[in-house]
Design a protein around this ligand. Structure first.
Ligand code: MG
Length: 138
């Protein structure tokens, strides 16, 4: 078990290097690409939907080569829009990523807290209970 955990951790570190490079690439395109410079979160708002559709199609066709490409496109578009939002003072990359981390931890107390769930049905039920509680608090 410990051995598997070590492999997982080394793979996570590999991904971190690539994510850092992707963030650097986006930063560079924002500085040097005239087309990217002109974009706003509004001008790019449909791009993640287009990429998500292409990803869905690749999954449905079991086209795993295309799966890699389309999920990469979706990650790129998300990070690009987030970078543009930061450039335009809407939020920061750090804040947006912290927000999703907090949300996942809050909505899965059987993973990150002291709760227990018996099966996936119970996990889904609990997720929606917490989600609805949060909505009611707003
Ligand atoms: Mg694509």
């Amino acid at each position: 078990m410990l051995f598997l955990w070590e492999i997982f951790q080394s793979k996570t570190r590999d991904i971190m290097k690539e994510i850092e490079e992707l963030v650097d690439i986006i930063k560079k395109t924002l500085e040097k690409c005239p087309w990217v410079k002109e974009q706003t979160i509004n001008s790019l708002k449909d791009e993640p939907l287009n990429e998500a559709r292409e990803l869905k199609e690749a999954i449905e066709k079991k086209d795993f080569q295309n799966f890699e490409e389309e999920i990469g496109d979706l990650i790129y578009d998300s990070l690009l829009i987030l970078s543009i939002a930061e450039r335009d003072g809407i939020t920061t990359q750090k804040k947006a990523i912290e927000k999703v981390i907090e949300k996942i931890k809050r909505r899965k107390p059987w993973v990150f807290g002291n709760e227990n769930v018996k099966n996936s049905e119970e996990a889904v039920k609990r997720w929606f209970e917490i989600k609805n509680q949060e909505k009611n608090q707003k």
